[in-house]
Design a protein around this ligand. Structure first.
Ligand SMILES: NC(=O)c1ccc[n+]([C@@H]2O[C@H](COP(=O)([O-])OP(=O)(O)OC[C@H]3O[C@@H](n4cnc5c(N)ncnc54)[C@H](OP(=O)(O)O)[C@@H]3O)[C@@H](O)[C@H]2O)c1
Length: 259
């Protein structure tokens, strides 16, 4: 057992779809942790930033990334996820598929079912026709890159994990821990709206001691309003560029609005 009571995860074969801010950082971290990692973007292995492959991950095509793996991490824009369904149809049922995505209406098309309250990851699970786990979605890209800490460090940031199946939960929590964050089981995918954009735990760099209270205080209508407020401030400063600002602007803004 690990320090946090999770079963140890042995060397896993991990595929990552998306090599941007989140997928690229996870590729580096999970390779450095000893896992066998392959990654793909939409354009082909030659276009992957060498930094992403600097700790041992290999760059492959989209089709190759989903073969012979124990875990598949989805780290592509939310709205593109349905296009993966045919490719994922051949994955064994037991493969752990982890969704890192967030529905962001200013960036994605409006999705009526989600506007009416369907949790983001229920929509993803339905589009893919299979169970998924949800993790890392609440961690800002700069936090993921720079704030990973060893187990027991007083500033270690916590990350909620949602999953319906025991193995999905165990494997996902172990990988979150290995990425430098305290994993906390936040409940089923149906309950995962508590970790979506605008929720108290979203991009606020809270600790394990603070996370259960933050999840309990989540209110979907308020999260939506808070997401709109945060976007209005972001847009005033950065326009619609979609950049992830360096430094702690997003975390400060999120703490001000979401907590
Ligand atoms: N940025 C954050 O702070 C943050 C935090 C938590 C969660 N998230 C979520 O995590 C997901 C990824 O975010 P990100 O910031 O890492 O995005 P990003 O930097 O824009 O990277 C997106 C990646 O997805 C790839 N991609 C797009 N469509 C694809 C497809 N059909 N097949 C394979 N690869 C595809 C892109 O490849 P190409 O470059 O070749 O197009 C790119 O490598 C999003 O859903 C986001 O909401 C983001």
């Amino acid at each position: 057992m690990s320090h946090h009571g999770q079963p140890e995860v042995y060397v896993m074969k991990v595929g990552i779809l998306g090599t941007g801010s989140i997928g690229g950082t996870l590729a580096r971290k999970l390779s450095a942790a000893g896992h066998t990692v392959k990654v793909a973007n939409s354009r082909g292995p030659d276009t992957i930033d060498p930094e992403v492959l600097s700790t041992g991950a290999s760059g492959v095509t989209k089709e190759e990334v989903v073969t012979g793996i124990d875990v598949l991490i989805l780290s592509i824009p939310f709205i593109r996820i349905p296009y993966l369904a045919p490719m994922l149809a051949g994955l064994p049922a037991e493969t752990v598929v982890i969704d890192t995505s967030n529905y962001i209406p200013f960036r994605d098309d409006r999705i009526e079912a989600i506007e009416k309250g369907k949790p983001d990851s229920i929509w993803v699970s339905e589009k893919l026709g299979r169970p998924i786990a949800k993790a890392w979605n609440s961690i800002y890209s700069v936090t993921l890159k720079e704030m990973g800490r060893p187990v027991g460090h007083p500033d270690r940031v916590a990350a909620p994990v949602a999953a319906d199946r025991d193995r999905d939960r165990e494997v996902t929590m172990a990988l979150v821990e290995e990425s430098g964050f305290d994993a906390y089981y936040a409940g089923t995918i149906e309950e995962s709206w508590r970790q979506q954009c605008g929720a108290p735990c979203y991009c606020t760099e809270i600790t394990l001691a603070e996370l259960p209270g933050a999840l309990a205080r989540a209110d979907l209508a308020r999260s939506r309003r808070r997401q709109d407020l945060a976007f209005a401030v972001y847009e005033e400063k950065y326009g619609t560029s979609g950049i992830n600002p360096d430094g702690d602007f997003i975390v400060q803004l999120s703490r001000l609005i979401n907590l």
